[in-house]
Design a protein. Structure first.
Length: 104
């Protein structure tokens, strides 16, 4: 049934189905928002340079301490609690890891 009217016959059903789906997927003309009136702030050279400077030990420690101690950063099962407990032993490796990641 289409709009309460029973459609019979292969050609009529085929035509009704085609009409229905062609109307569903037809591009509609509508006014789309434009980006012409938008003004984006940009970073100064100094601000941009601040994005690529190395992390400090305090920043890295704060990031680790901000994580739940029972969470793991990957499938190896080493939790942040382990990293926190052994921070004095691991901090140089953590610093070295992040310095390598930044240079990639």
């Amino acid at each position: 049934m289409v709009h309460g009217v029973l459609i019979e016959g292969v050609d009529n059903v085929r035509s009704a189905v085609f009409s229905y789906f062609s109307n569903q997927f037809q591009a509609r003309r509508s006014k789309r928002p434009s980006m012409e009136a938008l003004h984006f702030r940009s970073l100064s050279c100094r601000e941009g340079a601040g994005l690529i400077k190395p992390f400090s030990l305090d920043e890295e420690k704060a990031a680790v301490w901000d994580c739940d101690s029972f969470k793991s950063s990957g499938p190896n099962g080493i939790t942040f609690g382990f990293v926190k407990d052994f921070w004095d032993v691991l901090k140089d490796d953590v610093m070295r890891f992040f310095s390598l990641v930044i240079t990639l």
